[in-house]
Design a protein around this ligand. Sequence first.
Ligand code: COA
Length: 336
Amino acid sequence: MMGQLPSGACGVRILGTGSAVPDRRLTNDDFARMMDTSDEWITQRTGIRERRVLDLRTEGCSTLAQRALERAIEGAGIKAEELDFVIVATVTMEMTCPSVACRIAGAVGAKNAAAFDLGAACSGFVYALNTAEAMIRAGRARTIAVLGAEAMSSILDYTDRSVSILFGDAAGCAIIQADPDPTKGCIYQHMGADGSGWHALYIPRRESDVPAEDADNPIRLGSLRMNGKEVFRFAVTKFKEVMEDAFKKTSLTPDDVSQVICHQSNIRIIDAAREKLGIDSSKIYVNIDRYGNSSAGSVPLCLDELWRAGKITKGKPFMMVAFGGGLTWASSVWNT
Ligand code: COA
């Protein structure tokens, strides 16, 4: 990570983005064939119609992360050697050692990059992006690849209808770089955590990880467990709070931003926050119908789709907001 470092005050720009999803689709009707559920129930309660799933015999989180990174490098028009850091937000790495970041940095030839994974569940990409942006502004790095990548299908118990229907696999990447214009980059960021609520969303590995009140949960060890109602309540309140805070601190109104990219958890959660804040639906990107909730992959997947469609317009700020396990939450407002 010893490339040429910027000196003095600098801004940060997004050079390019990339994303990747598996080819395999799992539709609501596929679930209805596997368990007692229906397309109508899932669509009405969540807005999800289908999600993508990896073939876990040969693929994993690194497969998607590498593809997203390669596409972002191509989109950014840089050489892999220019990267000072590769940071991957994930909770579904194939191995805890080595990190996904090390594996994909090696695979693409980012030989000058330091690499590490960051765990903040669904808030992971926004946490990682905020961290990376601050490193560039501090002059510690010039070019960083930030990814959110998840193989959610590797931590789901597909015999349980209450959790498995919500999630899908995806990865997204943004490559950011120091820019001489200090007004460019993140103009406001906020990150928070409330560890006292961890048991609302967790992946127990051992019996002893399971709190007494969840001892009867039929979901097997190693798979994601969730108190859907508790997470729903937390999410609706937190989404509104986090967005309200970001608008207030930046003195921006919803009309001033080109897009608000929300973590794709449930269309009802997104709509509730949008309605409370009076944001027009055209400003809030939604792809949950096609991909479900891909945890840390969801915000960068939206970002890539918007970036490639030219909807992140120059000179107009955009906002990213996420919440997730931990419990965690994060916002990031960018001037492009
Ligand atoms: N198909 C059909 N019925 C289902 C079902 C499914 N896939 N999953 C649960 N049900 C049943 C329940 O068993 C329950 O039946 P009962 O009344 O006989 O006990 C009934 O539907 C209602 O369940 P409930 O949990 O009250 O549904 P809900 O309206 O709260 O919706 C979620 C469930 C999971 C969609 C909702 O709680 C949610 O979205 N929570 C937040 C999840 C989230 O965003 N997680 C990720 C955070 S990053």
